[in-house]
Design a protein around this ligand. Structure first.
Ligand code: NAD
Ligand code: 44H
Length: 449
């Protein structure tokens, strides 16, 4: 079988061929992983197809390995996206830079108007160099020196206030003159991004080859659903993402909180309490699905506001359906990774909100206890704080909770000192240690309401 490329596109069914062939590279993307390829790249291609404006080709940049460049370059940067049974080759990516390539020159090019990022939660730090943020700042410096015009930089990672967070980290690395230029020329809109995109497996690649009739080593598999809410604050021109279904709004926060807490918080609950290998399997367990509903209804939904006119009940139902999608082989281990970077926005912020209102977030506390059990018992813990999270698996629940609550980057000083929260998590961990997760959920009467 031949490899996917522009030369072999004619072998592919017309309905699966790219919608656009960009002429100019107006977007640079840092962290060209599976999610970008199935989300922003798809929106960008659809925007070009809707308007005929072909200036918005994407130059993807890999920060840490040559893997994506090695897969995409021989394919002219084409790759297939399968959503359900629909397969389409995406044509919006024009180029992929590998580590060591001149990213700063791309960021300084006058045709570049937008930079997007999906560098994972742990990518948002300023040291030790070289970090993605450091490389971005080097590019901004080159752009300022070249006087190449305004730039919009958009974080598409699952972080709260991702625009302001990114702007703050950039500011920390800028010298005063550069900071002034950034203030005048660069905007950092916030976004809420949503589409479940599991890591691609060998079986996914084989399946894509069978469907397309050509070998595609850049393929991604996702769900039909996709959502993108973007703060309408751009420094200059942008792709017509609104014509591709993105929502441009004044304030992203209500959407961002809803998604981070209900969807991502729900995912983390599955990761630490279900015992399943894949998300959809967890949803087949009625007791666990019941627990998830209670977590969402009792502890998470009451912390959301600004959603007047939005049908939250329907949103939650749709999440449970999306989680149960048997066509997505979403590994629970992928979600469980980097918990120290994910729990704060997904579950600890809502716990704070509930505690402040005098409520006991006991379902959240149980997930936190599940995470504590995970970090103390996992043989291969995948987390940037792993060295500090690992501990004596035979320690008492109280000792483990004490030790982990003291990690201020995760829990802050407030949750460490909160007696109600501490008691709830300790109680949860005692139950999990004694009975395991399944029996604990049943005993807490967390079955279907
Ligand atoms: N996959 C999804 O379902 C999904 C949905 C919404 C949002 N996201 C966001 O996108 C991010 C990436 O997801 P993905 O599925 O593309 O993952 P991926 O593993 O396919 O790609 C991750 C990318 O981030 C880069 N990266 C990893 N660690 C980094 C670090 N410390 N500094 C800089 N770059 C780093 C990698 O090099 C790679 O390019 C997630 O962490 C999340 O914030 C993902
Ligand atoms: O991508 P992460 O590692 O931030 O989180 C894992 C999942 O919860 C996440 O990727 C969801 O699938 C996604 O946020 C859905 O839009």
């Amino acid at each position: 079988m031949v490899r996917l490329s522009r030369a072999t596109l004619s072998r592919i069914a017309p309905a699966a061929r790219p919608l656009a062939e960009p002429r100019v590279t107006g977007v640079v993307h840092l962290g060209i992983g599976a999610f970008h390829r199935a989300h922003q790249a798809v929106y960008t291609e659809r925007a070009m197809a809707a308007t005929g404006d072909d200036r918005w080709g994407i130059c993807g940049a890999s920060q840490r390995s040559t893997d994506v460049a090695d897969r995409l370059r021989p394919q002219d940067c084409l790759y297939g996206v399968r959503a359900g049974d629909e397969v389409r080759v995406v044509g919006s990516v024009r180029d992929v830079l590998a580590p060591g390539d001149d990213l700063a020159a791309r960021l300084a090019a006058p045709e570049t108007a937008v930079v997007t990022l999906t560098i994972t939660e742990k990518g948002y730090r300023r040291d030790p160099p070289p970090t993605a943020i450091g490389r971005l700042v080097s590019g901004l410096r080159a752009r300022a020196a070249a006087d190449a015009g305004p730039l919009t930089v958009i974080s598409c990672d699952n972080l709260p206030d991702n625009g302001a967070t990114l702007a703050g980290l950039v500011a920390e690395l800028c010298e005063p003159a550069l900071l002034e230029w950034v203030g005048q020329n660069v905007r950092f809109p916030a976004t809420m991004v949503d589409r479940i995109v599991p890591a691609t497996t060998r079986a996914d690649l084989d399946d894509m080859a069978a469907r397309l009739g050509v070998i595609d080593l850049g393929a991604v598999v996702t769900e039909p659903f996709a959502q993108w809410v973007i703060e309408d604050s751009f420094a200059g021109e942008r792709p017509a993402w609104d014509r591709a279904g993105a929502l441009l709004v004044g304030d992203v926060r209500p959407y961002e909180r809803m998604k981070l807490r209900l969807l991502n918080g729900g995912h983390s609950a599955i990761a630490y309490l279900s015992g399943a290998a894949h998300v959809s399997e967890a949803m087949g367990d009625a007791a666990f699905a019941g627990f998830l509903r209670r977590l969402m209804d009792d502890d998470l939904s009451p912390t959301l506001d600004g959603l007047e006119g939005f049908d939250l009940a329907e949103y939650k139902e749709s999440l449970l359906t999306r989680f149960a999608n048997p066509g997505l082989r979403h590994r629970v281990a992928q979600i469980a990774a980097d918990g120290s970077q994910k729990l704060p926005q997904r579950l600890l912020d809502p716990a704070r909100d509930r505690l402040a209102g005098g409520h006991e977030p006991r379902w959240i506390a149980l997930v936190v206890a599940g995470w504590m059990r995970h970090v103390t018992t996992s043989r291969e813990l995948d987390d940037p704080l792993a060295g500090r999270l690992r501990g004596d698996a035979t320690a008492t629940a109280a000792a483990t909770v004490n030790r982990l609550l003291a990690i201020e980057e995760v829990f802050g000083a407030d949750l460490r000192e909160n007696r109600v929260f501490r008691a709830l998590v300790t109680d949860g961990l005692e139950r999990l240690n004694a009975d395991g997760a399944a029996a604990t959920l049943r005993a807490l009467d967390a079955g279907p309401p």
